[in-house]
Design a protein around this ligand. Structure first.
Ligand SMILES: [Zn+2]
Length: 648
């Protein structure tokens, strides 16, 4: 690769420019660790524009990696591999693609686990094309196997997350899965564990569950075309002896530059092909018949899930699989009654790969026009069908759930929230903050202590940063960086009235060392954000009336505040409160301090003495709380929280 820092943009080829720009995009947007200044970055962009003024990179929209666990946009969407079900097809492909007799191919196992990448900090799945999931909370369970190293996951790696066959035999026979019982096979186990969080995940850690990340570079057989023919069976039998679950073999061009130059078809990279073990040898054979499509609600759109005649794939009975989105159904012309093909390759969740060749006799559309939950007319947004009704209970539930997670309330899961909504106790986010321990105790599965804990967690989440609120709206491409940039120019209250042009002109600061430079948000992102903001006005208002928002630093300096004395709640609690009231908490009571809050103003602590000496304003905790919590707000805050806490 070209020197990523000391380059001369004018001397680089188009391909080199693209490579560098993509590299620095990743440093900036995904890792949050830029290595070059904005002006150096702009040199690359200008040079690329000379080659191709229409190059998509010049106008691309990026999203920064999310700080919390959640979806992560991938710079390089992972394409699935073209598949061959016979060795003849492999040879055909290799024969066509080789440039000379000694063209080198690599034969590698096609692991049956979850494809992930680890950059040294964040572990991300690469399962769903353009978006991956941050699963860093599983790192503790993972052992890395890469060249010359087996041990803790402590270095960047790209590979497959799986459970070794021997580990499955030895460890998983004693591990009790969430909900009881044992895992049926290692594929189920790895998928199950990756899907766990919070307490359920802690249980896995306590039981010493182990996952293995096999780096893709670990096992790779280099062969030329002749050797491919001669050694195929031999290599296959060696691969099958490896202690890793596999569902096939990957054959790829060894020369990365050549492979790269071949590019991709609409669906597959041309420089590699997968050979599938067993399964359906005859591609024309339909797998099963699509019987029905259920649409499940998400925070933004509806996802189609197919139900079909049961299938046995690699030892697991499957009756349901995702149909991805409305566009997939259209593109593949899939209708209820049709034959469909279901795969589980490399992915834990089964998915429909395509429609079989046979049309159903009585085909009925798999698409819907109205929301299955509220019956309002659905709206198409890109590939997705979305319910945009403000009254849709299911969408409200999913959005509430997303907001709840965004605000860091971890112990309130979907079933509990659903129950609360069903009994009418929670309709809006605001209702959540008025819940009492008594309300929670009425629900199944809660004891006095767990109910009190949940209430405490909810009340603490009442004070949120403004960018958390903005992130909770799930606007396209708005992560923490952009949210903060937007909020230094406009308050949340102002957002619904901000125009596209105003958004587009927002400058994002980009600091490297002492130097700070700026880049504007741009029209493409601004339009996308604006469109969603308009649709989310009601939800935003609801959020704002429910929580106490800490305003991001908007330029002017905030007055400082300091606390002294032993107070009923943790210091961090009062500091958060002070921030929400527009103060900047500091730890020292020097002459520049704006306000000192004391538990007992008559005490003689160093802070109090300093404050008196410097004529700093001193108030008691009670006075401070009265001052910052206005009367009406105070009423709303008089939440019955049982005897475990007394907030205000
Ligand atoms: Zn609806």
């Amino acid at each position: 690769m070209t020197d990523v820092i000391n380059f001369t943009a004018e001397r680089l080829s188009e391909a080199e420019l693209v490579e560098l720009i993509e590299y620095h995009n990743r440093r900036y947007w995904e890792l949050g660790e830029p290595e070059i200044s904005d002006s150096r970055y702009d040199e690359l962009m200008r040079a690329l524009a000379k080659f191709d003024p229409e190059h998509p990179l010049l106008t691309a929209v990026y999203a920064p990696a999310v700080a919390s666990l959640g979806s992560v946009r991938l710079t390089e969407p992972m394409l699935s591999l073209n598949k061959a079900y016979s060795f003849e097809k492999i040879l055909d492909w290799a024969q066509k693609i080789k440039r000379f007799a000694n063209e080198l191919f690599l034969i590698e196992p096609k692991y049956d686990g979850i494809s992930v990448c680890f950059d040294g900090k964040t572990l991300i799945t690469r399962g769903a094309g353009e978006e991956g999931e941050d699963i860093s909370d599983k790192i503790e369970l993972i052992e890395l196997e890469t060249k010359n190293y087996v041990g803790k996951l402590n270095q960047p790696a790209r590979g497959e997350l799986l459970i070794r066959n021997d580990d499955f035999h030895n460890i998983y026979s004693r591990i009790v899965k969430s909900g009881g019982g044992h895992y049926k096979n290692s594929r189920n186990a790895v998928g199950g564990i990756v899907g766990l969080k919070d307490t359920a995940l802690e249980m896995m850690k306590l039981q010493k569950a182990k996952l293995t990340l096999v780096d893709y570079s670990l096992i790779s057989y280099p062969v030329n075309f002749d050797e491919l023919k001669e050694q195929w069976e031999d290599i296959l039998s060696q691969l099958r002896e490896l202690p890793y679950p596999q569902d096939g073999v990957v054959i790829k061009i060894a020369d990365e530059n050549y492979a790269h130059s071949l590019g991709n078809t609409a669906h597959h990279p041309r420089g590699a092909i997968a050979y599938k073990f067993g399964g359906d040898e005859d591609e024309d054979t339909p797998n099963t018949i699509l019987r029905n499509v259920e649409w499940t609600a998400g925070k933004n759109c509806l996802t189609p899930v197919a139900t079909f005649d049961p299938l046995d794939i690699t030892g697991t009975t499957i009756k349901r699989a995702t149909l991805h989105n409305a566009k997939f159904i259209e593109t593949n012309d899939i209708q209820i009654g049709d034959a469909i093909r279901v795969i589980r390759a490399g992915d834990v969740i089964p998915k429909i790969s395509a429609r079989g060749k046979v049309n159903g006799k009585d085909r009925t559309s798999a698409l819907i026009s109205h929301c299955p939950f509220c019956n309002s007319k659905l709206v198409r947004k890109g590939p997705e069908l979305c319910c945009v009704s403000a009254d849709c209970k299911e969408t409200i539930l999913q959005r509430l759930l997303a907001a709840i997670r965004n605000f860091g309330i971890e112990h309130l899961g979907e079933p509990t929230l659903r129950k609360m909504m069903e009994i009418g106790r929670v309709r809006h986010l605001g209702d959540l903050f008025e819940l009492t321990a008594k309300d929670i105790l009425q629900l199944e599965g809660f004891a006095t202590k767990s109910a009190a804990n949940l209430i405490e967690e909810i009340q603490k989440a009442r004070i949120v940063n403004d960018y958390q609120v903005l992130a909770a709206l799930n606007l396209p491409a708005v992560g923490i960086n952009i949210a903060k940039a937007i909020l230094t120019h406009f308050s949340l209250q102002e957002l619904p009235n901000v125009t596209v042009e105003q958004l587009a002109a927002i400058q994002m600061s980009h600091k490297i060392g002492q130097k700070e430079s700026f880049r504007v948000l741009g029209m493409i992102r601004a339009k996308a954000i604006h469109q969603e903001l308009v649709l989310n006005t009601v939800f935003l208002e609801e959020l704002l009336s429910a929580v106490k928002v800490i305003r991001s630093a908007g330029g002017e300096k905030l007055p400082t505040i300091c606390f002294t004395g032993k107070m009923p709640e943790k210091r961090s609690f009062y500091e958060k409160l002070a921030r929400s009231a527009g103060y900047e908490p500091v730890s020292e009571a020097n002459s520049s301090l704006g306000l000192l809050v004391a538990m007992d103003v008559n005490e003689n602590s160093t802070k109090l003495k300093n404050a008196r000496k410097n004529n700093v304003k001193i108030v008691s905790l009670d006075e401070f709380l009265k001052e910052i919590v206005p009367a009406e707000d105070n009423a709303a805050s008089q939440v019955e929280v049982g005897e475990t806490m007394d907030l205000f």
